[in-house]
Design a protein around this ligand. Structure first.
Ligand code: FUL
Length: 474
């Protein structure tokens, strides 16, 4: 079997596909830190300081909806150990705070608001707990952690993700905990089989930085070695690889999936990337960061290069001590949402005549006009470099192009180009690397009546599930 044949055998699970389709969602960092002006609490904070005066989770949900997001992940417990729900297993929670006289449950408020506004809901439960007396005591802590996880997995309806932070510092007794990931993962699989285990988990890969620095080519098919440390056989894999003289693969390396890199690997996994970014310098709200938000241009760049670069994006917007998303954040997120809405408002492929390199009837090029994996384009056997041409009666003004592979058949496209007709000749306008789940191409309002997409290299025959060519709307 050739390398390409081996690579394209790697496909996503149903959970991974659903997660990728969520594309863009919010991170909400909220805990005692919001009241102490810190990024990390040390676990000694009194629950008495936690008292949001005007909390409105529906305001969060409305804001995220307006931003074009499809979900929200709440820090139900951060490293300080304070729980935003009345956990039965600790006193360090909202039940001992003045908020709603100890009767509040912010996980409930957030999950209800998500359902009301059509957003998916997910949880973050920090394994590092600087408050718990069990932390660092092995199984005793794992029992405590799994008990809390179970509360979150069973009391708040369907979760689309459980977001794991790998941070592992010292607890109150000065000891570190060795997390029993296998047990945490199996608890999730049992209680929420449709939830993707993200970050420090086997379903979705942490991109390797928190600054929105995206890759030139983001591959979802990577070496199984990327799971080092996450699985019981991680140790075994590390040992085998080092005995074979193989170099370590770093999670933040610019290339994680090229053929060059994959050719020496033994086994492959589907492990798509997620970018976690905060709209502010910190993850939690700080008064002195109200004027330090990321610019709209910067957010657009990150959005286009992650959601439109074969990854997902979780963008953090932290509530204030009042319990609201700050007006500056609301405004920036709304502007971003308007940009997204405008970018994909009018697909012009309907009014074009489309032709392509030959394919059998089932895999006709017509299939790319409708989004979805049920029907897709694939050229005839042996053709790894098909052309696709769109022709309009009159020149059209193009903002963005969207390309999607049928990832149920793996990620195949290595490189592609977009050409436009100029003075009777096709000229290359854009040269790109991978496509994967989704690739955006900015065409900056160029006018043409003839556009050609050329797949220039692919792992076996490429597949295309969707092509959208959107009108430039100023
Ligand atoms: C990190 C944490 O230490 C930060 O506080 C934040 O939660 C970020 C998303 O992950 O590991």
């Amino acid at each position: 079997m050739t390398l390409d044949e081996k690579l394209i055998k790697t496909v996503p699970t149903k959970v991974q596909v659903e997660h990728q389709k969520t594309e863009f969602y919010a991170f909400v960092h909220f805990t005692v830190n919001t009241f102490t002006d810190k990024e990390w609490g040390d676990g000694t904070e009194s629950p008495a300081i936690f008292n949001p005066s005007n909390l409105d989770a529906e305001q969060w949900a409305k804001t995220f909806k307006a931003a074009g997001m499809k979900g929200m992940v709440l820090t139900c417990k951060h490293h300080d150990g304070f729980c935003l729900w009345p956990s039965r297993f600790t006193e360090h929670s909202i039940k001992n705070s003045p908020y709603k006289n100890g009767k509040g449950d912010i996980v409930r408020e957030a999950s209800d608001a998500c359902r009301k506004y059509g957003l998916k809901f997910g949880v973050y439960l920090s394994p590092w707990d600087r408050n718990s007396v069990y932390y660092g005591r092995g199984k005793e802590y794992d029992d405590y952690y799994v008990a809390q996880l179970t509360e979150l997995l069973t009391q708040y309806g369907e979760l689309f993700t459980v977001w794991f932070d790998g941070a592992c510092g010292e607890g109150p007794n000065g000891k570190k905990q060795v997390y029993d990931w296998t047990r945490y993962y199996s608890t999730i699989r049992k209680l929420q089989p449709d939830a993707a285990i993200t970050g420090c988990g086997p379903d979705v890969r942490w991109c390797g930085n928190e600054g929105g620095h995206t890759r030139y080519a983001e591959w979802s098919v990577v070496s199984e070695r990327m799971l080092y440390g996450l699985y019981p056989n991680g140790e075994k894999l590390i040992k085998e690889a080092s005995e074979a003289g193989m170099k370590e693969i770093k999670i933040d390396a610019p290339d994680l999936g090229s053929r060059e890199l994959m050719k020496d690997e033994k086994s492959y996994i589907w492990y798509a990337s997620e970018y976690d970014v905060s709209i502010r310098p910190g993850w939690f709200w700080h008064e002195n960061e109200n004027e330090k938000l990321r610019s709209l241009d910067n957010l657009i760049k990150i959005y286009d290069n992650s959601v439109g670069g074969n990854a997902t994006l979780i963008l953090n917007a932290p509530p204030t001590p009042e319990g609201l998303i700050h007006e500056n954040d609301v405004q920036r997120l709304t502007e971003l949402g308007q940009y997204i809405e405008k970018s994909f408002r009018e697909n012009m492929t309907d009014s074009a005549e489309v032709t392509a390199s030959e394919a059998d009837e089932i895999h006709s090029i017509k299939n790319v006009l409708k989004d979805g994996y049920d029907a897709f384009y694939m050229p005839e056997k042996g053709n790894k470099t098909p052309d696709i041409i769109f022709k309009w009666n009159e020149p059209v003004n193009i903002g963005k192009i969207v390309l999607k592979e049928n990832i149920l058949c793996s990620q195949r496209v290595e490189t592609f180009s977009v050409d436009i007709m100029k003075n009777g000749r096709f000229e290359e306008y854009f040269k790109g690397s991978v496509i994967g789940y989704q690739r955006f191409i900015s065409m900056n309002g160029i006018k043409t009546d003839l556009l050609r997409i050329r797949i220039t290299d692919s792992r076996e025959e490429p597949t295309l599930a969707f092509i959208g060519i959107y009108k430039n709307i100023e």
